[in-house]
Design a protein around this ligand. Structure first.
Ligand SMILES: Cc1cc2nc3c(=O)[nH]c(=O)nc-3n(C[C@H](O)[C@H](O)[C@H](O)COP(=O)(O)OP(=O)(O)OC[C@H]3O[C@@H](n4cnc5c(N)ncnc54)[C@H](O)[C@@H]3O)c2cc1C
Length: 420
């Protein structure tokens, strides 16, 4: 049986940085991954460019476990540390106008290659094609993978969530944690397209425009996001739809009647709608609805809104009846999208839910239930907004876990070995 200080299960974003952090601190580390080729998500991310992080990183950009927990982990290894780390492994990051950081090389391949090189330079061994079958606690942990067992003082679980299962992330870590007594917060797809009950807007497929999306159940607003919005053949995508998707998926469990409403003029805040409408009628009352709105948004979208309101093609905006006017305002400011579901994990960029943070120590990411077990990355009950946040969580939690695991090994060495 092989013996090392630390086994890291999963060589994705979190596992690679955990392995680097632990090996740099002198621990012997093996990183096991089920795939023959690792890093599928790093290569696919950001359309191949890999959106590594964001200029604005705060706990409020993350859903799931409590902000005081994510805040602590982000303070331990935050944006500045992330920028310095990537610079140190030869991947300077460039800030774009959107606030997103990408590698200056503009390709995720640079990120993956640099992480793999840094891991091996630090002394970590990466074993690919080594699917971990299970983990067994004890005075030394036993990790069975690829027909052989490795024993270790500490195990760092970084097997990811359920998003993009073709990448190798198939949720293997959840039952292992549950068997050890960990609570798994129910999972759902996050950052996934919205599927519409009736494909009313399918003819606009491919059109992008700004929108404010609001998830509502009766008078309760459950979540809201502003941002770019994309019509698709089956429903809606783009940042605003992707960001709200995890809320749609989860609120549907408790409030099945909840639906998403779109304002197609998000620059006009709700209290200003009356004033906007009065000035539109005064200045452009002689135009058709599609003509007046078409000056403020793509013409096809303006036509869709007029049709949604049931207006005849030639109806002038200044001559609408009170009822027609109300319908037009509703189609413009609170168009019901009739969402039937959120696309599944195959289309999702992240997983909501996972290992409850209540049972993890934020200073080290060590399990409060099973000493010597560390958890990081998407496996945790944390999912971030679109824009580099999910990788930021992987870099932050993975580094904290790697450091924590290494310190645990040093402590147990000086204390004469870990307790079972
Ligand atoms: C298409 C797409 C685009 C994305 N773009 C971005 C982006 O631009 N910016 C951003 O911040 N986030 C992005 N994300 C999210 C980001 O990729 C993830 O949040 C992040 O990769 C999670 O890191 P992780 O290490 O926890 O898990 P993963 O990266 O999923 O890695 C888990 C690893 O564990 C391995 N594994 C699983 N089970 C086993 C097992 N039994 N034994 C051994 N190994 C196992 C897997 O093979 C995998 O290599 C994107 C996601 C997708 C799907």
């Amino acid at each position: 049986m092989r013996s090392v200080d630390i086994v890291v299960a999963g060589a994705g974003a979190a596992g690679l940085v955990a392995g680097i952090a632990a090996a740099e601190r002198g621990s012997s580390v093996v990183i096991l991954d089920s795939r023959a080729k690792i890093g599928a998500k790093i290569l696919a991310a950001g359309g191949g460019r890999c959106n590594v992080t964001n200029e604005y990183v705060a706990p409020s950009c993350f859903n799931g476990g409590p902000e005081r927990f994510t805040g602590r982990v982000l303070r331990a290894f935050g944006l500045d540390a992330t920028l310095r780390f990537f610079e140190s492994i030869g991947v300077p990051l460039a800030l774009e106008e959107s606030g997103k950081y990408f590698p200056a090389s503009n390709t995720g391949r640079t990120v993956l290659d640099a992480l793999v090189t840094a891991a091996s330079q630090a002394g970590a061994v990466i074993r690919t094609g080594a699917a971990v079958q299970g983990i067994e606690p004890g005075a030394r942990w036993k990790v069975a993978a690829g027909g052989e067992a490795t024993e270790a003082k500490a195990v760092v679980l970084c097997t990811g969530g359920l998003a993009m299962p073709a990448s190798g992330s198939t949720g293997d870590g959840y039952p292992w944690l549950a068997r050890l007594g960990h609570t798994i917060v129910p999972t759902s797809p996050a950052l996934s397209p919205l599927i519409a009950r009736r494909a009313a807007h399918a003819e606009l497929s491919g059109l992008t425009m700004p929108a404010r999306l609001s998830l509502r159940a009766g008078a309760d607003e459950l979540a809201a996001f502003d941002g770019s919005f994309l019509f698709t053949h089956t429903g809606y995508s783009g940042p605003a739809a992707l960001n709200i998707s995890r809320h749609v998926a989860r609120w549907r469990w408790e409030r099945p009647e909840a639906d998403v409403f779109a304002s197609f003029l998000p620059a006009v805040a709700a209290p200003d709608e009356d004033a906007f409408w009065r000035s539109l009628l005064a200045s452009e009352g002689r135009k058709t609805a599609a003509g007046a709105l078409g000056a403020r948004m793509p013409r096809r979208a303006a036509e869709m809104i007029a049709a949604e309101a049931g207006l005849g093609a030639g109806a002038r905006i200044g001559s609408l009846s009170r009822e027609e006017s109300a319908r037009l305002r509703a189609a413009l400011f609170e168009c019901r999208l009739r969402i039937s579901s959120v696309a599944g994990y195959g289309k999702a960029e992240a997983t909501a839910g996972g290992a409850s943070l209540d049972e993890i120590e934020p200073a080290t990411m060590m399990s409060r239930i099973a000493p010597g077990l560390f958890v990081a990355g998407e496996l945790c009950d944390v999912d971030g907004w679109l824009g580099g946040y999910n990788f930021q969580w992987a870099w932050s939690s993975g580094t904290v876990a790697g450091r924590g695991a290494s310190a645990y090994c040093r402590r147990t060495k000086s204390a004469g070995g870990p307790r079972a």
